[in-house]
Design a binder for this molecule. Structure first.
Ligand SMILES: Nc1ncnc2c1ncn2[C@@H]1O[C@H](COP(=O)(O)OP(=O)(O)OP(=O)(O)O)[C@@H](O)[C@H]1O
Length: 487
């Protein structure tokens, strides 16, 4: 016999659930207050408890805690109205198995949820989540906070709520968003990623909302925006903190009402696009600095997932490395000494930096045997100094003025000698050298400017008239990609 406990002050909810769930092997017990809950919990063991977040005499979270203490095996579902979704998310952090929004529009979904809770034990459930994560390119690893993060992401995937993903650059915000999309019911619909920092305000507005013919110079025909194209899909707004205040107002309207206008348009359009947003800057601080709207942040961070930096999950490095070797289709392995050096380094560029290192090491070591030794690792990993310095000073140190000037002189000399040589010249190699020169020039100017702005990246980007994304790209922290990706 399965005992089910329902605690909700709305009598109709108790009646409805009793009717839905009672059966030959299920017995439903209903309470309407915290007092009722206390009494019912003492009387028997329950296999499932469904608890309203807001009760007249106590909070549902207190009852949840009590149940978790006294009968840890009992599955728990929190029931909530839209305005209390944030509290329900808190409840999941406290150990609730799931939450469901009232009124129950979708009875099938409710029944499915309860069935799944009884059918799946947590461990196998977790391994399914982690397998799906790996299939979408997101390695979870052994770190506890990562496991919790992915479990939470999975639970939130099936809900129609917005998720804010925070984390340093290269920690995997975009891959996590892809995972959430694939774990949701929207998985067969488009997933579109847009980098708000990489597009001008006009272009971003037209990409998101579309435009009418003649709306601005160059708008030769009407164009649907992402909110129309991915109305049933997911939109990943990367670097949302970089969106202008005027775009923020328009996004807020979409989030609140599902409505928007095309640029130059007069008729209201509707969208059901789910928004996942990410930022590597702390948006709460951006609100304090009046660079980000508080009401928009409130709408976006119904659930906030913060990805820990790689240096806080160093135990996962061997797993990530073997994933990356497989990803780049390499049979090579890292020597023990190389692994030791990799695990000692701070990885301020996170998994992206690690991935770039693996790619580089494979290229260099490919024809040299089956082992990647320290000789194939970047210089910075071999020096002791790099271990304790901060990210900014690391950037500053990466190419000192003297180094750069020497580099330029040598580059010049090498090119002139090739030019003057009578023999054959491999132009491909020369042109590759030019690309390398371009990268070095970019990095040198950025690091010089960072020195002047005492590490203030935003200010440095402004003074160099480049975007933050370009700045990070020039510092080798990010591959330059198209600002809009459709998967
Ligand atoms: N958990 C992970 N498992 C495997 N690869 C990962 C993981 N996280 C990130 N990566 C890889 O690291 C790189 C950076 O990931 P991603 O672009 O998602 O980071 P990001 O946090 O969105 O960066 P940014 O803030 O610069 O936009 C990608 O190549 C991605 O495939």
């Amino acid at each position: 016999m399965t005992n089910i406990l329902i605690i909700d002050d709305e009598r109709e909810v108790g009646n409805f659930l009793t009717h839905l769930l009672s059966g030959s092997d299920c017995h439903v017990f209903v309470g309407y207050s915290g007092e009722d809950a206390k009494r019912l919990i003492i009387q028997r063991q329950y296999q499932l408890a469904m608890i309203d977040v807001m009760l007249p005499d106590t909070s549902g979270l207190k009852i949840l805690r009590k149940i978790k203490e006294q009968m840890p095996q009992c599955k728990t579902i929190i029931m909530t109205g839209y305005s209390t979704v944030k509290t329900a998310v808190e409840a999941i952090k406290l150990g609730a198995n799931d939450y469901i929004e009232k009124p129950f529009d979708d009875i099938d979904q409710l029944e499915k949820l309860i069935k799944q809770l009884f059918e799946n034990t947590t461990p196998s459930n977790q391994s399914t989540m982690f397998e799906l994560a790996e299939r979408t390119g997101f390695i979870v690893g052994e770190n506890q906070s990562m496991k919790q993060l992915v479990t939470m992401a999975h639970k939130m995937a099936s809900k129609n709520i917005n998720v804010l993903i925070e984390g340093e650059t290269g920690t995997g915000k975009e891959v996590l968003a892809t995972y959430i999309h694939h774990a949701s019911q929207r998985k067969d619909q488009p997933f579109i990623a847009v980098n708000c920092g990489a597009l001008s305000e006009t272009l971003l507005e037209s990409e998101l909302f579309g435009h009418e013919k003649g709306a601005f110079t160059g708008a030769v025909k009407e164009k649907k925006g992402i909110f129309e194209l991915a109305s049933k899909g997911t939109l990943f707004l990367d670097e949302i903190g970089e969106a202008s205040l005027s775009i923020q107002v328009k996004l807020l309207r979409v989030l609140e009402t599902g409505e928007f206008f095309r640029v130059g348009g007069e008729s209201v359009k509707r969208t059901h696009t789910r928004i996942l947003a990410a930022s590597h800057v702390n948006l709460a601080e951006a609100v304090q600095e009046k660079k980000f709207r508080e009401d928009l942040l409130y709408r976006l961070d119904v659930v906030k997932l913060t990805i820990p930096p790689l240096r806080e999950r160093m135990e996962d490095i061997p797993l990530l490395i073997s994933f990356l070797l497989k990803k780049y289709q390499s049979d090579l392995t890292f020597s023990t000494e190389a692994l030791r050096l990799i695990q000692r380094y701070k990885w301020f560029g996170n998994i992206r930096e690690l991935s770039n290192m693996v790619k580089r090491a494979i290229t260099l070591a490919e024809d040299e045997g089956s082992l990647i030794t320290p000789a194939f690792l970047p210089e910075k990993l071999l020096s002791n100094e790099t271990i304790s310095i901060s990210e900014t000073s690391k950037d500053l140190q990466a190419s000192s003025v003297n180094d750069f000037e020497t580099y330029l002189r040598e580059w010049n000399k090498r090119l002139l000698s090739l030019w003057q040589e009578e023999k054959e010249v491999d132009l491909e190699i020369v042109l590759n050298d030019v690309k390398e020169l371009e990268a070095q020039i970019g990095k040198a100017f950025v690091t010089k400017m960072l020195r002047e702005t005492i590490g203030d990246r935003r200010e440095a980007a402004k003074r160099l008239n480049i975007s933050m994304r370009k700045l990070r790209y020039l510092l080798n922290e990010k591959k330059q990609q198209s600002p809009i990706k459709i998967k």
